[in-house]
Design a protein around this ligand. Structure first.
Ligand code: ADP
Length: 207
């Protein structure tokens, strides 16, 4: 975000601009500062306190409610790109967790599924409550992830296939944050190929 913000300002200062141009640039700078704020807040939570401190503040949450809110927010974002965001099932599931972090996990995975999908495809969101764990899945029909890239996509700032990604916004931080959040909640994440196209992200968190 900082590169985008300083780049935008640099271009703006090069010569006189119309009011409209100033306004468009300011909107884009504002959006990037919001993104930056979100990233900094989550990174601060994940790095400034130790795991024990964060876990001490875990509260019993209906994570189905948290997921439904994220789903509603992203339904229209997907629709704008002609992507159907569907629910397979959302079981009532309670977990001792940090609400903001769990929301960020749902948001990152659904946001990625939309970003890396093409028009006229479908994304399925699924939350199942089992005896000992909750299982959350996001299934997309998008561009998929090559086997050799799977081991790196949780690394900070890693973006598979930069050339492809130039057109798709992002900083390569989302999945490293997701992985941190899952570790904090005694969970695991697996990625499978969806057939014929796309990826399946599966998260299991022990109750
Ligand atoms: P960002 O989305 O900002 O690039 P992430 O850390 O969330 O960063 O993801 C890292 C990389 O993993 C992405 O750049 C993309 O190459 C790949 N990726 C993540 N989710 C998906 C997905 N659902 N389908 C295809 N590729 C994905």
């Amino acid at each position: 975000p900082l590169t985008i913000i300083s780049g935008e300002i640099e271009v703006l200062l090069k010569k006189e601009r119309t009011n409209e141009e100033y306004k468009t640039s300011l909107v884009s700078i504002f959006e990037e500062t919001q993104n930056l704020k979100d990233i900094v807040n989550i990174l601060l939570t994940l790095t400034s306190t130790n795991d024990k401190q964060i876990k001490k503040d875990f509260k019993k949450q209906d994570i189905n409610d948290i997921l439904l809110k994220v789903y509603e927010e992203y339904f229209f974002i997907a629709q704008k790109r002609n992507i159907v965001l569907d629910i397979e099932s959302i079981h009532i599931s309670t977990l001792y967790c940090d609400e903001i972090l769990i929301r960020s996990m749902f948001t990152n995975l659904i946001d990625n599924a939309i970003k890396f999908s093409k028009e006229n495809t479908r994304i399925i969101v699924d939350l199942k409550d089992k005896q000992k764990e909750v299982i959350f899945k996001v299934i997309d029909e998008g561009i998929g992830i090559q086997d050799k890239q799977k081991e790196f996509i949780f690394d900070r700032f890693y973006r598979a296939d930069e050339s492809h990604n130039k057109k798709i916004k992002g900083y390569g931080l989302g999945l490293s944050i997701v992985k941190n959040i899952i570790n904090l909640h005694n969970g695991e994440i697996n990625i499978y190929d969806n057939k014929p196209n796309g990826s399946i992200f599966e998260i299991k968190i022990r109750k």
